[in-house]
Design a binder for this molecule. Structure first.
Ligand code: BV8
Ligand code: ZN
Length: 242
């Protein structure tokens, strides 16, 4: 069923110079990557406290490391979907298109997006917890443990619960959110902070907020326009009318 956009939203999107896409796990769902809190969410089976935090890693580095390798294997079998692709294509249509993502799956970059702010890191990157040496996917395993040349443990370069977000990335993401004409919120429950605070910063600075989600969320009450449907279908339909 063709989605209809009201005139006001259409005019705003036609006139926009800078658009930010704030994305969460839902934008990668149609690529085959499970979300966190949906009905098939990964947190339903596993407790984030047991896996996505530094103490869990120190307690059982092999379990946490293998969980990320498993997630990476799934991601490597997946492709960017039409939602990732249209965002990348819009870079040729608008002066400035930026992506502020909570996702660590690297799919926005694989789709061709250039200006990507990864608030929670990237599963393709790793680093030594002692000497901070950076590794790609070529991490030496000693007795099944990811080990640095210096003997330190190597961890995924992702932000775990209780950890600070990369300050430079977060500050830059806040700056572009403040300057955006339109701020899309795509596929996120908007409950993880401080990432979600960027949504309200954009709103307070006068951006036009458009939510794209299959369900209503805590954010729905604060946006100017919600489109309910799958991101891979809704985003192309929106921009085919602009
Ligand atoms: C911090 C990376 C400061 C790792 C992630 C107690 C102690 C410490 C901190 C806290 C605490 N209590 C609360 C906090 C703050 C905590 C927090 O916000 N917790 C939440 C759960 C309440 N935040 C933190 O800990 C952050 N750090 O606060 O540091 C500090 C420092 C020291 C001491 C105190 C404070 C760090 C948070 C980052 C955690 N890392 N990921 C990994 O991935 O393994 S979070 C994880 O959640 C992912 O990044 C994910 O992106 C993010 C948000 O989830 P969503 O993306 O929204 O995904 P979700 O499944 O929830 O929703 C999917 C949505 O898509 C749904 O709405 C669904 O309807 C929709 N959807 C589904 N399919 C589609 C779709 N939409 C469109 N189309 C579709 N096809
Ligand atoms: Zn090291």
């Amino acid at each position: 069923m063709e989605l209809l956009i009201d005139d006001k939203t259409k005019q705003i999107l036609k006139k926009a110079k800078s658009i930010v896409f704030f994305t969460g796990a839902g934008i990668s769902a149609e690529s085959g990557i499970p979300t966190f809190r949906g009905k098939d969410g990964i947190w339903n089976k596993l407790k984030p406290e047991e896996l996505a935090n530094f103490n869990a890693f120190l307690k059982n580095p092999k379990l946490v490391w293998e969980w990320y390798q498993h997630r990476k294997e799934i991601i490597h079998k997946c492709q960017p979907n039409p939602a990732h692709k249209i965002i990348a294509e819009l870079q040729n249509k608008y002066e400035k298109v930026s992506v502020v993502t909570q996702n660590i799956d690297n799919l926005h970059r694989r789709a061709g997006s250039k200006s990507v702010y990864e608030l929670h890191g990237n599963i393709e990157r790793n680093y030594c917890i002692d000497c901070k040496k950076e590794y790609g996917n070529n991490v030496p395993l000693i007795d099944g443990l990811p080990k640095c040349d210096c003997g330190g443990l190597v961890r995924p370069d992702v932000v775990w619960f209780g950890e600070y977000l990369p300050q430079n990335v977060f500050t830059s993401a806040e700056e572009i959110a403040k300057k955006s004409d339109v701020f899309f919120i795509v596929g996120t429950t908007g409950i993880v902070y401080p990432a979600a605070s960027i949504i309200y910063l954009a709103k307070n600075k006068g951006s036009y907020l458009i939510e794209v989600n299959i369900d209503e969320t805590d954010i729905s009450i604060s946006v100017d326009q919600s489109f309910f449907g799958k991101a891979g279908e809704v985003l192309p339909q929106i921009f085919s009318q602009i």
